[in-house]
Design a binder for this molecule. Structure first.
Ligand code: GSH
Length: 197
């Protein structure tokens, strides 16, 4: 399998971290891909021109990141990252959606920051910043436990992206439970080996 990926993408990190946690990363070739320049191989796999995309041996292109994580969960022998159907599964799925939403907003802020700033852009940035802040507040109210499911991995990747791109907007002091949780899991090989660069 080949993973079209980008070392700074929190979505690509989530997929790689899931692959490492599932013990299947050895079967995946990482292909650095600049989504913004829309190379032909990326567009052939994903017309939305976004990474990550997992290309299977039979040519099937799998996106977006929750779908790839679902697929990875069917491979290998390590414990599943998807709890069995029921409240725990729902909690993991909703946490992944929340973390992905934080990533979406933070990535949008990062992209827009490079553009000329007018009143409209400042308003758009404030809106996305609000998304991140409300997302963090929701995670703080019920932080993940451990790193045993896709929701927790997604949350760690969202926080890691904030540290990577928004270090000038520290979040730990206002979210002590979340900070303590991240400190307790950040040495996990799935996070260490997928850290953004
Ligand atoms: N919902 C997608 C989001 C992926 C995404 O936004 N990827 C960004 C990089 S972090 C990207 O490729 N952006 C390129 C673009 O929007 O043109 C997923 O979960 O995979």
């Amino acid at each position: 399998m080949r993973l079209l990926t980008a070392s700074a993408s929190p979505f690509a990190r989530k997929v790689l971290a899931c692959a490492i946690a599932r013990g299947v990363d050895g079967g995946i070739e990482l292909v650095p891909t600049d989504a913004w320049s829309s190379p032909a191989e990326l567009l052939a796999g994903n017309p939305l021109s976004k990474v990550p995309v997992l290309l299977l041996e039979d040519g099937t292109a799998v996106f977006d990141s929750p779908v790839i994580c679902d697929l990875l969960d069917t491979l290998g022998a390590a414990p599943s990252l998807m709890p069995a159907a029921g409240p725990a599964r729902l909690r993991a799925a909703v946490m992944q959606a929340l973390a992905d939403g934080i990533m979406d907003a933070a990535v949008a802020r990062r992209v827009a920051a490079a553009l000329p700033q007018d009143e409209g852009r400042r308003a758009a940035d404030a809106r996305q910043k609000g998304v991140v802040e409300r997302g963090l507040a929701r995670l703080e109210a019920a932080p993940p436990e451990g790193l045993a499911d896709v929701g927790a991995i997604a949350a760690a990747c969202a926080l890691g992206y904030l540290d990577f791109r928004f270090a000038h907007e520290p979040w730990r002091e206002a979210h002590p439970r979340l900070a303590a949780w991240l400190a307790s899991v950040e040495g996990h090989p799935a996070l260490v080996r997928s850290a953004p660069k």
